[in-house]
Each structure stands twice: as structure tokens, then as C-alpha cells.
Design a protein around this ligand. Structure first.
Ligand code: AMP
Length: 355
């Protein structure tokens, strides 16, 4: 597949911005409409009714029976027929599958090869380490674990099944149980990370190849069940009930950071952009998120990243305090993507922002 060739076949005066009807789709549609693009959603047949309520934002809904249908030749043809640039989001990575996501013959906003890194927990941590961004210590099963640690299951959705432990024997017993229950194939698949005591904070960045500028457009906190609910219970009861905390994301809460933390956070974002160039070509483009815990000494430790738009940006469809500083108008991440497409079009740099 040659994206430059695909772009040459496009009527760039009539571009459409498209995405899957899930995750941050409404925000992406809203932003694209604001910037004057045609908007297209690919929706599951039984969910399309919900998106029709927003038909003032969406010019066309293409209905499919399964997410993977987006890679069917007739859907790809249709998307290309409308000169579509597809915006990948969390559901794109999760539901469409890597094979289809990597090979779909439609220009993607952002860096296609980052999808593979995103799908591999070990590669992810490697990229963060190469960037020189502080991360929690990672343990092997053979290491002498000095807790607390958080044990993560591969491909877990929204933190389901994660647990906190403080010794090797505790980890081994729990993993054995997971294997018996069919949740895990081998203990080696689990990721054991130092548990950082502090508050979680997720930073929403946008790297613009057109302006050669990194913008911090917002931050959020994930609202997780039931870790965030447990503090409502008296401590003694927790032990009595024997509850294992889970980290299933339910929603997102807005966060404004101490201004004195901003230089460090922007510095980590810059390091991420630089390091990404050494790992994927041409490096990160557009939205990404560093996911951190900030401790009492204000150390920021990054335990995860997303190489695309995150759902926490849905908080700021009307702009965030930070995006307002850069743009002096309400700019969401979805709109920022559309602005980048418009700027790239104006400067004849479209090939710099799609892969
Ligand atoms: P993840 O799937 O890696 O995004 O983690 C899910 C949740 O687990 C996060 O939102 C945090 O609340 C928590 N978490 C993950 N890693 C750590 C860590 N190293 N220290 C403390 N909390 C963590």
C-alpha cells in the first residue's frame, strides 16, 4: 500500500474525516464539522440509531455488522470514494484488530506503525524507557518482589483482573488461580510493576508536524471501579470483606495541574516525541497520552501510554483550559485533529500527517 499514491487519487478539496462510531467519535465528528470537513461514521448496525440523534454532526453513517467489516473491500472503496482520512481511536485499536488496522487501504491520521507498539505492553515500556521518562520498576517472576506491586493481565480491558500484591508467594498463588480459571495461559504473560503510591494523572498531548510544535491540550483522572469507591468504606471493613480492588474505567474527571508541574510534563511529552522517531517511522503524529502516577515528592512516573486520542479528551469538547491558551478559542482534541488536516492541506503537507 502506498499512501502517497492514495492521496494523489484524492480530491483534496473535498476531504472527509471518518472514524468508528465509538470511544471519541462524537468529539471527532464535531471537530471535523467545525473545520468544514465532510464527516463519516462507520457504525455497528444495532448502535447506529444512537448516532443518528447527532446527524447534524454526521454527514454519512456506513452501517456494518462487525467492526472488522471496515476492512472489507466495498467499505474501503466507499471510504476512499469520499476522500476519507480515518482517525483511529481506542476502539479502533481494540476491536478492529491489529492486522486490519495496520493494513487498511485508507489514509490514517497519525502513525500506523505505532498501533503495533500500542498492542504490546513490553514494547510500550521500552519506548518510555528509551525516552528517558521515569517509569515504575518492572519485575520478572524470578525477582525478589518487594511490594507493593500491581500485576496486570495482558490485553485486559479497562484494568479488569489487575491485582495488588506484596510478595512473590501472593503473586504466584493468584496467577495459578488465573491459569486454572482460563484467564491467563502462562504466568510469564502477566506484567508485574512497582505500585506507585500517589495520584493518577493522564496528560493529553498533540504533536503537530505542520507547526513542529508539541501542545499539552488537557489532563484527566480516570474514575475506576472499584478502587475509587473503596475509600468510601471504613478500612476495617475492607479486610473483613476480602475485596480485591479492581481498576475498571467507568468515566473520566477533569484535572488542572499545578502550573509548576507543567514544564516537567511538557518535557516528558517532548522526550516521547523524540524517542518515538527512533522506534516507528516517522514518529508520533497528532494525539497521544502519557498515563502517570504523581507521588508526594511530585515525581511523575509514567506507567502506560496511548499513541492516539484517548477517551479522557471527551471532557473537553468545548475546549480545555490549556487548549484555550494555545488557540484562544474552544478547541477539543477532535477539532485539533481537523485543524491539523486543514493546515496541512493549506501548506501542501498532507503526506506529513497521514500514514
Ligand atoms: P493500565 O491498564 O496500565 O492503564 O492501568 C489501569 C489502572 O491501574 C490505572 O489507571 C491506575 O489506576 C492503576 N495503575 C497502573 N499502573 C500503576 C502503577 N505502576 N502504580 C499505581 N497504580 C497503577
Amino acid at each position: 500500500m502506498n499512501i502517497d499514491e492514495l492521496l494523489r487519487g484524492y480530491d483534496t478539496g473535498n476531504l472527509a474525516i471518518g472514524t468508528l462510531a465509538s470511544h471519541s467519535a462524537l468529539q471527532i465528528m464535531h471537530g471535523a464539522k467545525k473545520e468544514g470537513f465532510t464527516t463519516i461514521l462507520v457504525a455497528l448496525r444495532d448502535r447506529a440509531w444512537f448516532y443518528r440523534d447527532f446527524d447534524h454532526l454526521i454527514d454519512l453513517i456506513i452501517e456494518v455488522n462487525s467492526w472488522r467489516d471496515i476492512c472489507k473491500p466495498e467499505i474501503v472503496e466507499e471510504l476512499r470514494g469520499y476522500n476519507t482520512i480515518l482517525v483511529p481511536h481506542g476502539s479502533f485499536v481494540e476491536y478492529v484488530g491489529l492486522e486490519c488496522g495496520e493494513s487498511i487501504n485508507v489514509p490514517l491520521f497519525g502513525t500506523r506503525s505505532l498501533l503495533r507498539v500500542e498492542a504490546d505492553q513490553k514494547l510500550k515500556m521500552l519506548l518510555l524507557m528509551k525516552a528517558g521518562i521515569p517509569t515504575p520498576r518492572v519485575y520478572e517472576l524470578s525477582d525478589d518482589v518487594r511490594g507493593p506491586v500491581i500485576v496486570k493481565l495482558p490485553g485486559a480491558k479497562g484494568g479488569k483482573g489487575y491485582f495488588i500484591a506484596s510478595s512473590n508467594s501472593e503473586i504466584e498463588a493468584k496467577l495459578r488461580k488465573y491459569i486454572e480459571d482460563g484467564l491467563l495461559r502462562s504466568p510469564r504473560e502477566a506484567i508485574i510493576q512497582e505500585y506507585i503510591v500517589g495520584v493518577t494523572a493522564y496528560f493529553h498531548y498533540f504533536y503537530s508536524p505542520v507547526l513542529n510544535r508539541l501542545e499539552l491540550l488537557g489532563a484527566d483522572i480516570r474514575y475506576e471501579s472499584d478502587v475509587d469507591g473503596l475509600r468510601r468504606l471504613p478500612v476495617g471493613i475492607l479486610e473483613e470483606l476480602g475485596i480485591d480492588p479492581t481498576f475498571t474505567v467507568v468515566g473520566n474527571l477533569p484535572l488542572v495541574l499545578r502550573e509548576s508541574l507543567l514544564p516537567k510534563i511538557i518535557e516528558y511529552g517532548r522526550r516521547f516525541v523524540d524517542a518515538s522517531r527512533g522506534m516507528v517511522s516517522p514518529g508520533v503524529i497528532g494525539p497521544f497520552c502519557l498515563e502517570s502516577v504523581i507521588d508526594r515528592e511530585l515525581n511523575v512516573k509514567v506507567f502506560e501510554f496511548s499513541g492516539r486520542i484517548v477517551a479522557g479528551t471527551n471532557l473537553y469538547i468545548d475546549g480545555s483550559p490549556y487548549s484555550y491558551l494555545y488557540w484562544d478559542q474552544p478547541v477539543s482534541m477532535g477539532r485539533r485533529i481537523a485543524i491539523e488536516v486543514r493546515l496541512a492541506l493549506e501548506k501542501g503537507l498532507l503526506e506529513k500527517i497521514v500514514t
